[in-house]
Design a protein around this ligand. Structure first.
Ligand code: F6P
Length: 506
């Protein structure tokens, strides 16, 4: 494998490709203790990865040579890290005072002013008859806030119920609106561009259903479009080009979070992320949690060639974490060219997938234990639950521990069908409790790991040109669904045939 600065890892990978994880642990008496790190309520345990100290040292050395620490500094100081769009990616300025220079100061001033407007808007809604707020958005304008609101439901402020509407499929809107009363509802249309088809269609549907523009709000980097749409200008909150959609839950995009949880908990979420921001700037690569996480991800994907990676929260409240991470990681890292436009020289993003334990033990864990592909697993556990069902929680933790052990160690049997090969790498992330602070820290941990991976791979984590073609083609096809003549001129023979089929079956 060759990485951003051409470091050769083939020898380490060759030596370790078939290594037994129990043997690696047996050969290193203090590995289980040493290969873990902690920051506040979050600890990270990686002793069950398929590498040894020599390979880990080489990885840490790579992080130094590629200058991951300098890359974090440049990110936080607002350097142009998104080269294809000539943009900074200043999500850290949404929650931390760590950036230097006039550009970051100006950004921070805008962030503070926007937070004030978010509080005012919330206060105005509290005074109104509104009980239900629908957040309309998709991708980065949906997944982060949806995850946070769901995960922190124990901290919910009873004044509002917050709902999310993303899919253009009208069933989603129909189901949601059937539960709500337009006279007691408000909507927040969240779209950085205010040009996303799904959000505009669902936004129009909501605006018509509400029948009163005074209960429409928007968050956008294109406020003019939101006003043209019919949102009162005083109710349009800003977003900025220097925040990527999938890194934006800390901005006014998180208005739904502030409404659902209250300002105090929203502030705690930001404070948790800020702790992680300080950590990435301070800690050297060998004790920097996101850097270590990124190095292991790149090791599994590039050096060991493992094509997928599973995210397995053992906590129902984190059921949406895999979807959130799919966008964060695959939209950021699913690239075939380097930041300078040259082709990459190896794999980039794994396919990220997963689901919540223990449910998934009874669905895809068969494949994890005995399938032909090795899947590195990331287990996420929470020590103290928000409920009093002690036996359930004990069973949950026992399963979490058991799965990671069984995947690594395997078990022999005479009958090949009953044999467990083991050797399946995993990491464990443990939170003391699922508080707003801890969740902020966890999500910022993933953001920074993702960025560090992009630096190691030499790719741009902050653009997503890959999603544009499909949108363009859908735009061209839309008229053909109404007008058969428009379909006949389409170039693609399969699409032409399918359109005919659509027409015959409607
Ligand atoms: O389709 C991908 C994408 O551009 C994401 O990156 C983004 O989070 C999402 O669409 C929504 O975009 P917007 O906030 O502009 O509506």
């Amino acid at each position: 494998m060759r990485l951003a600065h051409g470091a050769p890892f083939a020898a380490h990978a060759e030596r370790l490709r078939k290594a037994s994880i129990p043997a690696l642990l047996a050969a290193d008496a203090v590995r289980a203790r040493d290969w873990s790190a902690r920051l506040g309520p979050l600890s990270f345990h990686y002793a069950r990865q398929r590498l040894d100290r020599a390979a880990l040292a080489a990885l840490v050395d790579l992080a130094r040579r590629v200058d991951v620490p300098g890359a974090f500094r440049r990110l936080v100081d607002g350097a142009i890290v998104n080269l294809s769009e000539s943009r900074a990616a200043l999500h850290t300025a949404l929650r931390s005072d760590l950036g230097r220079g006039s550009q970051v100061e100006a950004a921070r001033a805008e962030v503070r002013a926007t937070r004030r407007r978010m509080r005012e808007l919330r206060a105005a809604l509290v005074e109104s008859p509104v009980t239900d707020v629908v957040s309309v958005g998709i991708g980065g304008s949906d997944l982060g806030p949806r995850l946070v609101v769901d995960a922190l439901s124990a901290h919910r402020d009873p004044r509002f119920r917050v709902h999310f509407l993303s899919n253009v499929d009208g069933h989603a809107a129909a189901r949601l609106l059937a539960e709500l009363d337009p006279a007691r509802s408000a909507a927040v249309l969240v779209s950085k561009t205010f040009g996303t088809q799904e959000t505009l269609l669902n936004g129009r549907l909501l605006a018509d259903w509400l029948g009163d523009p005074r209960r429409l709000h928007a968050v956008s980097a294109n406020p003019g479009r939101a006003v043209d749409f019919g949102v009162p200008a005083a109710q349009v909150l800003p977003m900025w080009d220097w925040v990527g959609g999938r890194y934006s839950l800390w901005s006014a995009v998180g208005l739904s979070i502030a409404l659902a949880l209250g300002d105090v908990h929203f502030d705690a979420l930001l404070a948790g992320a800020a702790e992680l921001d300080a950590h990435v700037l301070d800690a050297p690569p060998d004790s920097n949690l996101p850097t270590l996480h990124a190095l292991l991800a790149v090791w599994n994907r590039r050096a060991l060639g493992l094509p997928t990676s599973a995210v397995l929260p053992y906590d129902q409240r984190l059921a949406l974490l895999p979807s959130y991470l799919q966008q964060l990681l695959m939209e950021s890292l699913g690239k075939s060219v380097r930041a300078n436009g040259a082709p990459v020289d190896g794999p980039t993003s794994p396919v990220v997938w997963g689901g919540v334990g223990t449910d998934v033990q009874h669905s895809f864990f068969q494949m994890l234990h005995q399938g032909t592909d090795l899947v590195p697993c990331e287990f996420i556990g929470v020590m103290r639950p928000d409920h009093g069902h002690v036996d359930n929680h004990r069973a949950l933790l026992a399963n979490l521990l058991a799965q990671s052990e069984a995947l690594a160690n395997g078990a022999d049997a005479d009958d090949p069908a009953r044999r467990y090969p083991g050797g399946r790498p995993s990491t464990l992330l443990l939170l003391d409790a699922l508080t707003p602070r801890a969740l902020g820290l966890l999500l910022a941990f993933y953001e920074h790991s993702c960025y560090a991976q992009s630096v190691l791979l030499g790719i741009n984590a902050f653009d997503q040109w890959g999603v544009e073609l499909g949108k363009r083609v859908a735009g061209t096809l839309l008229p053909a669904l109404e007008d058969p003549a428009a379909g006949e001129v389409l170039a693609d023979p399969v699409t032409r045939a399918l359109l005919l089929e659509f027409r015959n079956r409607r």
